[in-house]
Design a protein around this ligand. Structure first.
Ligand code: NIG
Ligand code: FE
Length: 411
């Protein structure tokens, strides 16, 4: 099967050489080709260039992309897509002034979602999650990470991971699974958190690994949740089972989570709303990708990750949605890219790099997605007729995505 996209107004993120991720000043540049073609063969990008060089080849389909911009699909490296019901009730508490912690303390929060999830059948959970996955794909997401963490019992955590496995079998975009047993301390362990950590390391991790149910391991390293010591213990055991860390750190407090992530070679450290200078220093020269989640800052009215400062300090940065019922009930990467420009002062070039190439790295999928490169999957967005790519973040809240192709097939 061969498809030719021709007369593309501008083709974004074209990379001839393999790039694993972009840091500092490298993020300012977004390579593009104006008036371009893109050739797709059997789901992969086989060629691209200026229209003047468009080859005369037999094709099964020709798509005229006149007036439209084509770019790689968004790579969303941090979501909690599997959840039951929602937490709309807490939304009003939040409007009335209660903080995230106050809502959690009065019986809301993660434990509220865990209770609902435990009572929901796997089939029902699958259907609820599938709806969200279809929704984010239509908004341009072409690779995604999904976490467990609303089960908090062995049975319910395995149920979540099994839903992710089914999604992967029934959808053609790449999906990475993360085990987040250490998302909150369940009620039963309220006065004995150590016993829950023991349960995670002694029972949960071995079974998750044995069933090959996760690629990554996560911990909510935060005051009132899991300490740096708990985090390191979990990451140490995860490592023995081949689970690479991608962790929640510095959302509300800077307690050393970034340093723990770096120590355990985390693929990414995510949130980072509260960053001290020493946290920025700790990330320099490492292979750990910092991930900002501006949808969460927007929804909770908490500070935004100091992305401008981090990039100016030479760090890389990725952007993700954190799609979840409590702190970011939206999986819209277009909005995330806008918010990164408007609130974190990234340029459109930096934000698009952060949401494509660097997001692919934070997913461990830099060889498959994230750029227009020969041999990568033809996971692409075709925009509506727009003047320039800057219009995507500028027109916040609107949807400039006209069509999404996954492995060269229109969804
Ligand atoms: O990434 N901070 C921890 N976990 C989620 C929120 C979970 C929830 O409130 O349900 C997050 O923001
Ligand atoms: Fe999260």
């Amino acid at each position: 099967m061969r498809t030719l996209f021709k007369n593309i107004k501008e083709l974004l993120q074209v990379r001839n050489e393999a790039v694993s991720f972009l840091s500092g000043d490298e993020m300012k540049e977004l390579p593009t080709i104006k008036d371009a073609y893109l050739l797709v063969e059997d789901g992969l990008i086989s060629d691209f260039g200026p229209m003047a060089d468009c080859p005369e080849v037999q094709t099964d389909e020709v798509i005229d992309a006149s007036g439209k911009i084509v770019l790689p699909t968004w790579c969303d490296s941090h979501t909690h897509l599997v959840y039951a019901g929602n937490r709309e009730g807490e939304f009003v508490d939040k409007i009335n002034g209660l903080t995230y912690q106050e809502i959690a303390n009065k019986g809301g929060g993660i434990l509220n979602s865990a209770k609902k999830l435990q009572e929901t059948s796997e089939d029902d959970l699958y259907e609820q999650t599938k709806t969200r996955l279809d929704e984010i794909m239509a908004l341009g997401t072409g690779a995604v990470e999904i976490k467990s963490g609303y089960g908090l019992t062995l049975e319910a955590e395995l149920k979540m991971l099994s839903v992710i496995k089914r999604l992967r079998a029934n959808h053609n975009l790449p999906i990475k699974a993360t085990f987040l047993g250490a998302h909150a301390v369940p009620h039963e362990y309220k006065n004995n958190k150590g016993a829950y950590v023991n349960h995670i390391v002694n029972e949960m991790i071995p079974l998750v690994a044995e069933g090959n149910l996760a690629d990554y391991i996560d911990v909510f390293c935060e005051e009132g949740y899991f300490t740096v010591e708990d985090t390191e213990r979990i990451l140490e055991v995860g490592k023995q089972y081949g689970l690479v860390p991608k962790i929640h750190v510095n959302q509300f407090t800077s307690i050393g989570g970034v340093q723990a992530g770096v120590k355990y070679n985390a693929l990414s450290v995510d949130h980072l709303e509260e960053m001290r200078d020493e946290d920025i220093e700790a990330l320099k020269g490492t292979q750990t990708m910092p991930v900002a989640l501006p949808g969460c800052s927007f929804f909770l009215s908490i500070p935004y990750t100091p992305g401008r400062k981090m990039i100016d300090a030479g760090l890389p940065l990725a952007l993700a949605t954190d799609y979840n019922p409590g702190s970011s009930p939206s999986g819209n990467m277009n909005f995330v890219v806008s918010a990164a420009c408007i609130k974190m002062k990234l340029t459109p070039e930096e934000a698009i790099n952060a949401a494509t190439i660097n997001g692919a790295y934070a997913l461990g999928l830099q060889d498959e997605v994230g750029s227009i490169s020969k041999g990568k999957r033809a996971n692409i967005i075709v925009t509506k007729n727009i003047n320039s790519y800057g219009f995507i973040p500028y027109s916040f809240g609107a949807n400039q995505v006209e069509a999404v192709y996954i492995n060269g097939i229109k969804i």
